[in-house]
Design a protein around this ligand. Structure first.
Ligand SMILES: [Cu+2]
Length: 548
């Protein structure tokens, strides 16, 4: 659940764990993490450290914050005694022989032990210390530290599946032990004042159990308490920021106007976002979404491009427009360091639909991680009007873990160089244009799809299941007349296509790359069409779940 960057975070200065890639903002934050600073930070990460890469807006409930802080405190404190704990956990029924040990009222670094931490979201070890003694003339266990401090035969709690560690300290000199019969855990006997032993076991089942001293007569004399094991907590929710751009997120047509200078602002942002259900990835983006914004100019326009690289980026970024005539498509000028901005102007000479992408070495990595988009250079007078325009881009993602693995995924340069992607996606993530943002239209509507293939390596065989493209501007070219009546179009990496079709029959139409193995790795979109049936063209009742 927690990476090495968070183990031991309490007491550490912010942004100082060696080997971890912090945002610039975090490196300069100059905070020392304790319960107070963590509390303020978790309430609103962007307010406390503006520009940091924390992928969630903050934990609004004090209860949630306290849970996280208690957990971070417990793992930070447990670091030094971890070796012992693991050894004990490995042989829960046979703990090491008793050895004199100081009572564990506090852990190694002085933070209180974690028995207060409610084991609701995470599962740190539940750690308790009990000292034997006499109270009101009876033999008892007395709690040491935390919520059980000074309590006689305290109630111990744990969650199902949690490791429970109990240290027993001999407080008065008689021989004692402690057994948890329902957990099949028993300690050796401790003899002599100050002797101690530590017992560790996994709480296997939930319920209301007992512990007691197994030395004859001691249980009856008063050495007995309760262990409550609560049911397994729900698995923690992964915070998943949606980085996908909706397919209807594009500006309206320009149409008739004279050429002019158009200012375009792009911001390179690195952000952890949702790759699939339960899976996130460290995306590199233009303007925080994949693909980047759909840019729209007309032939003859001068583009005044301003590329800014976010201050908390770890990489230099740039932009290469395939619509540019000149070195690097602009990338020869627009290599921008974190926190900086660069600009230039270029003239749109040829109408068409063009890819733009980051062109900073390793270029394939910057593209695969999400830095791409489309720019339409409209011909004079614009394109013929349609009812709906959509923006869809295909790309591949190279993660170190196989497709479908949950958790945060790391980029794999080996798989990139081998051209073995794990994920194929439309608009940045699995389900981006099916589950999250499907395309919508009505029977009788005309639809235009601006489709680009970012690659970096795979050619798309773009197809809409159940439709025939009435018009295709192959390769995104607008200087030639469109092809007509096309089933599937080939779109190379760094290429685009404009397809148009009219909708005649209601139902769901699936957007695919007809290299259909890729649909199993995420490459599916849905165009949902409402309206009356048209039995003249399609007469039958679609089966549920079969699209159309
Ligand atoms: Cu880049």
């Amino acid at each position: 659940m927690v990476g090495p960057s968070l183990a031991g975070v309490v007491g550490r200065k912010s942004g100082t764990e060696p080997g971890y890639s912090y945002s610039q903002a975090m490196k300069q934050a100059n905070l020392v993490w304790d319960a107070k600073t963590l509390g303020v930070y978790l309430t609103d990460p962007q307010k406390v450290v503006p520009g940091n890469k924390m992928p969630f807006p903050g934990l609004k409930s004090a209860h949630d914050r306290d849970d996280v802080i208690a957990y971070l405190t417990s793992i930070s404190g447990a670091a030094k005694s971890q070796a012992t704990a693991q050894q004990n956990a490995a042989t829960p029924a046979q703990p090491p022989p008793a050895a004199p040990k100081p009572p564990q009222g506090t852990t190694a670094n002085g933070t209180p032990p974690a028995q207060n931490a409610p084991a609701v979201t995470y599962l740190p070890d539940a750690r308790y210390t009990l000292r034997t003694g006499i109270a009101d003339g009876r033999m008892v266990y007395i709690g040491v530290g935390g919520s059980i401090d000074s309590k006689v035969n305290p109630m111990l709690t744990a969650a199902d599946g949690q490791v429970v560690q109990v240290t027993l300290v001999n407080g008065e000199g008689a021989t004692h032990d402690i057994v948890f019969p329902d957990q099949n855990a028993r300690s050796p006997r401790v003899t002599g004042k100050g002797a101690s032993t530590t017992l560790a076991f996994v709480a296997h089942k939930s319920g209301d159990f007992v512990y007691y001293c197994n030395v004859p007569g001691h249980r009856l004399a008063g050495m007995e308490g309760q262990l409550i094991v609560t049911p397994k907590p729900p698995t923690p929710t992964v915070v998943e920021a949606d980085i996908s751009r909706a397919p209807d997120d594009l500006p309206p047509p320009i149409g008739k106007r004279e050429p002019q200078t158009v200012r375009v602002d792009l911001l390179a942002v690195e952000v952890e976002g949702r790759l699939a259900e339960g899976t996130t990835f460290g995306y590199w983006t233009f303007n925080g979404r994949v693909p980047g914004p759909f840019l729209r100019v007309r032939v003859g326009d001068t583009v005044d491009i301003h590329l800014k690289n976010s201050a908390d980026s770890s990489m230099i970024h740039s932009v290469d427009f395939h619509a540019v005539t000149g070195p690097g498509g602009g990338a020869a000028v627009l290599q921008v360091e974190p926190g900086k901005e660069k600009s230039m102007t270029w003239k749109a000479l040829v109408p068409g639909l063009y890819v733009y992408h980051c062109a900073t070495p390793m270029v394939a990595e910057h593209i695969a991680n999400g830095m791409y988009g489309l720019i339409l250079v409209e011909p004079e007078g614009g394109l013929p009007p349609v009812d709906h325009e959509f923006y869809v881009m295909q790309g591949e993602l190279y993660t170190d873990q196989p497709f479908g693995q949950h958790g945060s995924q790391e980029f794999s340069v080996e798989k990139l160089l081998d051209e073995k992607p794990e994920y194929f996606v439309f608009n940045g993530s699995v389900g981006a244009i099916s589950k999250l943002h499907p395309l919508h239209a009505k029977v009788g509507d005309t639809v235009r799809i601006f489709f680009g293939d970012a690659g970096p390596n795979f050619t798309s065989s773009f197809h809409v299941i159940g439709e025939i493209f009435d018009k295709v501007h192959i390769f995104g070219g607008l200087e030639s007349p469109p092809l007509k009546g096309i089933q599937t179009v080939t779109v190379p990496p760094g290429g685009a296509v404009i397809t148009e079709f009219k909708l005649h029959v209601p139902g769901n139409y699936t957007l695919v790359d007809h290299a259909l193995s890729r649909a199993e790795r995420g490459l599916v979109g849905i165009l949902s069409v409402d309206g009356p049936p048209n039995a003249d063209i399609y007469n039958g009742t679609p089966m549920a779940g079969m699209g159309h």
